[in-house]
Design a protein around this ligand. Structure first.
Ligand SMILES: *Cc1c(COP(=O)(O)O)cnc(C)c1O
Length: 407
């Protein structure tokens, strides 16, 4: 295993993201080599003191895993083929009949996995609550609750949860607290510092940062929990490949400069939208002047907004931008525009979606590192196309967006 630089602990976040993984111990290569091998030569039969087989451990993946543990302030980092593969591995810890409390605003694919895989297949019950009030979490806990699962900021409404009081509730009730830190990244907030037991990532997003690969991660301070998860990582086998590990290691080195620029652009875009006559509501952490929880460094790079138009009009809007690319995913250097109701959150039944505020008028932006004036001009142009269509949304609107399955 590569040795960690013990001094890295003293460094500031901007330094850590660049220096959290060591030079290659074999050759001194500054960029960790891609150890593109399935298997390794053993010194003797049954000798498992070094690398054996890439599903169990690989040096490139190991460099990424130790960098992630370092950045999140954990002891064990594990990486997977995607964020949802990491999520599934957490559910390997649970048994039939166990109960999970989850935040009510989550990535649509997480909700699909909870409700359409774990609930029916393994009889795991899930209760969704608004965790902005930790008492809602406490009230939902039963003697069968083993796991509390939250995102903060949430997707797509960018709600903020204070992690520490929720961790108090889970500790008292002997449940694990898992925090999906995909939107904030360890550069903005470190959930383990506030009492979370587990951090989950879709590395696909800000960590990799270039919309060119998929990956997922689990990080914990608890070595026993880490070893159980490491067992499932190997036994179930949805591991991250060496090349993807390398791409994500490369991405992480620029995390701080990317996210600083994205947050600066996002704030400029949010302030512009706030004043625009066509915009009903803007969602951006801290825009309302309320201090950010969990010592968040900035509000991050995601902005959502609502317009009071029906699906056809909103479709015109999201197809009228030139810079903002209509696409799933987020966190890359290029700006993307997304319509949650028909895209990232289409797997959630319409009635449930509406209950949580994900209506046809909601648009989510992933802000890139372009010039913010160009981004604002682009949105201004698209909003003009919207006002030409003049069809207001009604809750009972027959012409709702199609509920096709998202990626
Ligand atoms: C994308 C995403 C996931 C799922 O990750 P994949 O890498 O797409 O499997 C989980 N949580 C959040 C918050 C996400 O944005």
């Amino acid at each position: 295993m590569p040795q960690k630089d013990e001094n890295a602990r003293e460094f500031r976040p901007e330094t850590k993201v660049v220096r959290s993984h060591p030079h290659d111990p074999q050759t001194g290569a500054v960029s960790t080599p891609i150890y593109q091998t399935a298997t390794f030569k053993l010194a003797a039969p049954g000798d498992e003191s070094g690398y054996v087989y890439t599903r169990s451990a690989n040096p490139t993946r190991g460099a990424l895993e130790s960098a992630l543990a370092e950045l999140e302030g954990g002891k064990v980092g594990l990486t997977f083929a995607s964020g949802l593969a990491a999520t599934n591995t957490v559910f390997n810890l649970l048994k039939a009949g166990d109960h999970v409390v989850a935040g009510d605003d989550l990535y649509g694919g997480s909700v699909r996995q909870f409700d359409q895989v774990h609930s029916p297949n393994t009889n795991i019950k899930i209760t969704y609550v608004d965790a902005r009030d930790p008492r809602n979490v406490e009230n939902a806990i039963t003697d069968k609750t083993k796991l509390v699962w939250i995102e903060t900021p949430t997707n797509p409404l960018l709600k903020l949860y204070d992690i520490a009081p929720i961790a108090d509730v889970t500790r008292k009730n002997e449940a694990l607290l898992a925090v999906d830190n995909t939107f904030a990244t360890p550069y903005l907030q470190r959930p383990l510092d506030f009492g979370a037991d587990l951090v989950i990532h879709s590395l696909t997003k800000y960590m990799a940062g270039h919309s060119d690969t998929l990956g997922g991660a689990l990080i914990t301070k608890d070595e026993k929990l880490g070893e159980r998860l490491r067992f499932y990582q190997n036994a179930v086998g949805a591991v991250l490949a060496p090349f993807d590990s390398w791409l994500i290691l490369r991405g992480i080195k620029t995390l701080a400069v990317r996210l600083d620029r994205q947050a600066e652009n996002a704030l400029a875009v949010a302030r512009y939208l706030e004043k625009h006559a066509e915009i009903k509501e803007v969602f951006y952490p801290g825009l309302d002047g309320v201090p950010l929880p969990n010592k968040m460094k900035t509000g991050g790079g995601m902005v959502s907004f609502k317009v009071d138009y029906d699906f056809d009009s909103v479709k015109t809007l999201v197809m009228s931008t030139k810079l903002f690319t209509l696409a799933e995913s987020l966190g890359g250097v290029e700006s993307l525009i997304n319509h949650p109701a028909s895209m990232t959150h289409a797997a959630i039944p319409r009635e449930t979606r509406l209950k949580y505020g994900i209506d046809d008028g909601l648009v989510r932006l992933s802000i890139g590192i372009e010039n913010s004036a160009d981004l604002i001009d682009d949105l201004g142009f698209a909003l003009k196309a919207l006002s030409g269509s003049r069809k207001k949304q009604t809750v009972t609107s027959q012409r709702s967006c199609p509920g096709e399955s998202p990626s």
